[in-house]
Structure formats: C-alpha cells, structure tokens
Design a protein around this ligand. Structure first.
Ligand code: PHE
Length: 339
C-alpha cells in the first residue's frame, strides 16, 4: 500500500518535469507500460495474503486511474505549449518587404521567330526544320550553284570537310522537303545559318526564315500579295513592299524585297538612308532546274521561295543597332523583351 503512494508521488513529479510530449510518453510507459512500475506491483500479488488481495487489487486499479488522469492533464498542457511554439516559429510577417523574383524573358530572336511562324502558319504554311550541318549538295549543288560557279563565293561558307559544311542558308531545307513531299507545298523553315562574315550588321551565325510554295499556277503576284500581308502584320498596318530585280541561282526571276521604312514610314530618315525603303529579304520564282533536281515537273508546277534574316527583322522591329547584342547575353539588354 505504501509502495502505491510512493509510485503516485514519483509519477506526479516526473510528469511535471517532462517538457515535451515525447518525454511525457516515456514517463507514462515507465509507470503504466507492460514493464512499468505499476504492472510490476501486480506481479507481486501472490506474496500477499489471500484475504488482502481484493483490497490490494482495487487499490492498484484506483492508482492506475489516478495516474492516467494525471498524465492526461499534463499532456494537455505540454501539447498546448508545443502548438503555441510551433505557431510562433512559423509565423509569417506579411508586412516584410517581399523578395524580388527576377523573371526571365524570351530572347528577341525567339520572339521574332515565333511571331513569324504565327503569321505564316496563319496562311497555311507548315514548319520544317533542316539540319545545321549540311552536305554541299543540299546547300549549294541542288540549289543550282554548281562547283566552280562564281555564285559559290556569294556566301563565304564554313566547310567542315570537303563535302560537309555549316549551312549558309536555310534554302537547303527546300531541297530536303521537295525530295520528300510533292506539291502542293507550303513550307516554312526557320533556323541558324553560318557565314564567314563579321561587322555591325553581319555575324558569323545568324537566323533565317525560309518560305517555299509550290503548286500549279503560282506567280510572282502571289509572292508579293503574301509579303504585303506579312509586312502589315509584322510591322505596321500601312507597311508596303517593293520588289527589285536581283540574282539568286535557285530562283528565276529573283527579287530583293524592301518594306517601307519601319522608322519613318517611307518619308526618308537615317535608318533607310533617305530612301524610305529597307531591304528585308531575298525571293523569287523557284528555278526550273531546282524543281527538276527534286523530281518535280517544272512544266506542271511553279513556285516561289523567300528567305529573310530573322535577326534583321528583329533589329528593325525593336530598333536594335548591333547584331552582336543578340549574342552578348547582357541581361540589361535581354530584360527589355519581357512581355
Ligand atoms: N538563300 C538566300 C540568301 O540566303 C535568300 C533566298 C531564299 C533568296 C529563297 C531567294 C529565295 O541570301
């Protein structure tokens, strides 16, 4: 009987000093668990005189109940304090100044390429991407630029081996597509191109957007109509285009296409050097020989092709003066293209 009193006192003291629910649980097990002190007392039952056993049993049960109450009360207290501490430690001060997140932006070349793809896919063009490492055949020969032809010098090409090179024009994609697909064709081919060129408006790597349409009865008028539509969507509602005769071995006739100056609208300024026009692309009717090289009958089908510099279009659209700005990775420059 005395032992039970001692156990209650001990348990009360230990519960009081338990500061966490974990510690309190251990104290509880120490007294009420299967190997706990109270359980140990019951094991002594057989040493007690038979007539005293019922009273002893009752006593132990009463003590168990008291201990359970005692632990429950302490547990409530400890848990409440733990919760308060947790809430305090996780408190958010909504009046603190926020950490600024720096947001990225699409590269102006990417933006321009996507915009061009949007405009032309709206007219029914499908995107086709050719490889950056090309064979001489696709980049030059099949485009009617035979070996030793002076036109090979028009574009200073980076050769990798005698037969392979970094493509100097996305026109190579025309051949790849026409070998696989027969008319009607409406292809758009964006990509990087490489030339041994380097000044304020020329970089050794830049981007082109090639277009190719082949079907029955396609004329130069179709080309200009489509380019007018492109210029109005890309630059300004009032933008106009002008064709000037030019020369490309893979088109006949060939034209250079100008748009009315994006800065002055055609009146003449520093950007257009007083002419009111800015050259934006090369184009023309697909040369019969090119169609033949791809197994398309030039008496049945005609087509036009165009190739524009994406970098140049982006420079005009955003008023960028140096082509180098695109590859310098200056965050101050790039940040301006956030939507
Ligand atoms: N490939 C030519 C260039 O890079 C542009 C072009 C494409 C011209 C298609 C005519 C037709 O200059």
């Amino acid at each position: 009987m005395e032992d039970t009193e001692k156990i209650v006192e001990e348990a009360a003291a230990e519960a009081q000093s338990a500061q966490s629910s974990r510690a309190l649980y251990e104290v509880k097990m120490k007294f009420l668990g299967r190997t706990g002190k109270l359980t140990a007392l019951l094991k002594n039952m057989k040493e007690i005189a038979a007539e005293l056993r019922p009273a002893f049993g009752k006593r132990v049960n009463a003590v168990r109940e008291r201990l359970e109450e005692l632990f429950a009360a302490r547990e409530e207290h400890v848990k409440a304090r733990e919760l308060a501490e947790k809430l305090a430690s996780e408190q958010v001060d909504v009046t603190m100044p926020a950490k600024r997140q720096r947001r990225g932006a699409l590269h102006p070349i990417t933006k321009t390429r996507e915009e061009l793809c949007d405009i032309f896919s709206g007219m029914g063009f499908e995107v086709f991407e050719g490889p950056e490492i090309e064979s001489e055949y696709y980049n030059l020969t099949a485009l009617n630029i035979p070996a030793d032809h002076p036109a090979r010098d028009m574009q200073d090409t980076f050769y990798i081996t005698e037969k392979f090179l970094l493509r100097s024009q996305t026109s190579a994609g025309q051949i790849r597509l026409m070998e696989k697909k027969k008319p009607p064709i409406k292809m758009l081919s964006p990509g990087r191109v490489f030339r041994a060129d380097d000044d304020a408006t020329h970089a050794p790597m830049f981007h082109q957007m090639e277009g190719l349409v082949v079907d029955r009865g396609i004329t130069l008028g179709d080309l200009q109509g489509m380019l007018d539509e492109f210029a109005r969507t890309m630059f300004a509602e009032t933008a106009k285009t002008r064709l000037r005769p030019s020369y490309f071995p893979f088109t006949e006739p060939s034209v250079e296409v100008d748009v009315s100056c994006t800065a002055c609208g055609g009146k003449g300024c520093a950007l257009c050097k007083g002419t009111g026009w800015i050259e934006v692309l090369g184009a023309g009717m697909v040369n019969r020989k090119v169609l033949e090289n791809c197994g398309i009958d030039p008496d049945e089908y005609t087509g036009f092709a165009f190739g524009m510099g994406i970098d140049r279009i982006a420079m005009l659209k955003y008023g960028i003066r140096h082509i180098r700005s695109f590859t310098e990775n200056d965050v101050r420059f790039l940040e301006q293209f956030r939507d």
